[in-house]
Design a protein around this ligand. Sequence first.
Ligand code: GLV
Ligand code: MN
Ligand code: MN
Length: 413
Amino acid sequence: MSGADAVKEDRLWQRHADMAKLGGTPKGGVNRQALSPEDAAARNLLASWAKARGFTIFTDAIGNLFVRREGTDATAAPVMSGSHMDSQPTGGRFDGMYGVLAAFEALEALDDAGIRTKRPLVAVAWTNEEGSRFQPGAMGSAVFAGHNKLEDMLAVKDWKGVVLKDALAETLKTAPAPMREGKPGFAIDGYVEAHIEQGPRLENEKKTIGVVTAIQGSRRYIVEIEGEEAHAGTTPRAARKDAFAAATRIAAAMYEATTDRDDTLRFTIGRVEVAPGSPNTVPGKAAFTIDMRHPRDAVLEEHEKKLKDIVAARAAPCPATITRVTNVPPTDFNPKVIDLVRNKADALKLSHMDMPSGAGHDAMHIAKLCPAGMIFVPCERGISHNEIENATPSDLAAGARVLVEVLEALANR
Ligand code: GLV
Ligand code: MN
Ligand code: MN
């Protein structure tokens, strides 16, 4: 029996259902934000499945959770696969979780088929990919790859002021795993991440497998505006320093400056805060986040300059700043891994197409360390970052079949 033949669609689907109970929301999605009690529960559940199989689990100083299946050469650098188990506040049950469960399914399928690989295989659940609670996102993989410093990330605070180091300590207390010595990062020989597409192309083109060639670049910013609190009923317009009014002027100009003709640039203001948040007080502070993405770094650079100019020009009479929080350049995946994914999809008689990724993934950081690639499967109407996100059991299993074949080939290099 091949690894692909040993993939069990029902088991993989059931594991998604079991995980979806942890932080489950009424609309069928999940709220399992990074380093929350729900995240800890998911870690425990994955660890319990791993232990039952006799796989080894361990963690690192940023809380990435690893599940290792030994190869015949214990000294060979492992091949890794996985994604993330944290979610958006109103997230779906497949974003990230699919990549973790598909990797775990691959390890189990090889076990069931009695296949031993030369290199060890490691399934990974990276810490805080979403970046909705703690910024930046893809944090665990960024620290693993040396893109961000561990100390800087441990000091990050969430929107309520909770320090990441404390949330991580709490998580590891509730969901313990043996700690690997030293700072995060160890040699790996290859990395492949499975994920739902999170866009509509595969469904529209009636393809089962997306052979991912690249990830577009992304940058995040925070704009902070300082106004002056004043009485809403008595303060004339000329005397007001209304932080929210300045925010709306800045935002409107930014939307206009980022509307490109071919609809390639992605610009999102996803979080706005106004203080003190009283209906009859002129806002004294306003802040908003910006998420901007494009396949070409030069275009992001050019638009960053425009955003800065807008803040300088439109904030008066309120002082305002724009701070870049993340900058991840575009990623090109390894041509050999891309070919391997395409060839395995072909061999399994699965329809496929090459495509870049609009969303960010942990693979963008790990691609700096070793040959890397990704496998996409369709999701309903392309909807993601939404509780109603959905995918079919057979598409998920198809992606896992391609994954196990790709991992086996890489692990026997
Ligand atoms: C990941 O969720 C992203 O924002 O691309
Ligand atoms: Mn994801
Ligand atoms: Mn996501």
